[in-house]
Design a protein around this ligand. Structure first.
Ligand code: 13P
Length: 249
């Protein structure tokens, strides 16, 4: 039985004050950590605050990206080592917004994921098709390429230290969620693809769904056999909604 993981991607939202308020709200709530783990991914500037506030709690902290380099002349970049010093244990990699606005490729995401794991961080590796891909019947081709590319040269050991997130680009921030059966189909496809690398690791790896996950649709998505959690954007910015999502399990 795979444990569920509910991850909140705050994107470019959250001043220090807002971060404190949101985390206070999460800490005031409760959820069963035998069923699911929670991770929040605030912007870089709020990671120190989040790390300190959550140090003694069961809620983990993640970053939204990191550099493939460990140090040096890379203006504005943040390294895996720097993330570790502020209490970060997860990092989202290859989010479609990074791919779209910062030209991140499968190859770069693959390299970053290896660096992250090497540093002791758990990468949440994102894949997802655009509306055009889906409408032209290319969903599996695109997802297959993204999985093969981002997990290139991954061993069973590396897979056991990774999380995958399937986020159809057309469902992100649009209020249009993939119907649960459609999402399940892609999750199964991803798991089968990973089984091509290692069968056992494919059964164990958590594959999260992302794209307009809300309290009222979380249960139907998370009850699908190959959906092992959610990567939540907008609804992660309200403590009550995020708690409702994790408690819908
Ligand atoms: P929304 O939940 O706002 O659609 O965002 C999803 C997402 O991109 C999480 O990474």
């Amino acid at each position: 039985m795979r444990k569920q993981l509910i991850a909140g991607n705050w994107k470019m939202n959250g001043t220090i004050e807002e971060t404190k308020t949101l985390i206070d709200g999460l800490l005031a709530g409760s959820y069963d950590d035998n069923i699911a783990d929670m991770v929040i991914c605030p912007p870089f500037t709020a990671l120190t605050t989040a790390g300190k506030m959550l140090q003694e709690s069961k809620i983990a902290v993640g970053a939204q990206d990191m550099s493939v380099h460990s140090n040096g002349a890379y203006t504005a970049e943040i390294s895996s080592g720097m993330l570790l010093t502020v209490g970060v244990s997860f990092v989202i990699l290859g989010h479609s917004e990074r791919r779209q606005y910062h030209a991140e490729t499968n190859q770069l995401v693959n390299a970053k994921a290896k660096v992250a794991i090497d540093a002791g961080l758990t990468p949440i590796i994102c894949v997802g098709e655009t509306l055009e891909d889906r409408e032209s019947g290319n969903t599996e081709t695109v997802i297959g390429q993204q999985i093969d590319g981002t997990l290139s040269e991954f061993s069973a050991d590396l897979l056991s230290k990774s999380v995958i997130a399937y986020e159809p680009v057309w469902a992100i921030g649009t209020g249009k969620t993939a119907p649960p059966e459609m999402a399940q189909e892609v999750h199964r496809f991803i798991r089968d693809r990973i089984a091509g690398i290692d069968k056992n690791a494919a059964e164990k790896i958590q594959i999260l769904y992302g794209g307009s996950v809300k309290p009222d649709n979380a249960k139907s998505l998370l009850s699908q056999p190959d959906i092992d959690g959610a990567l939540v954007g907008g609804a992660a910015l309200k403590a009550d909604d995020f708690l409702k999502i994790i408690n819908s399990l």
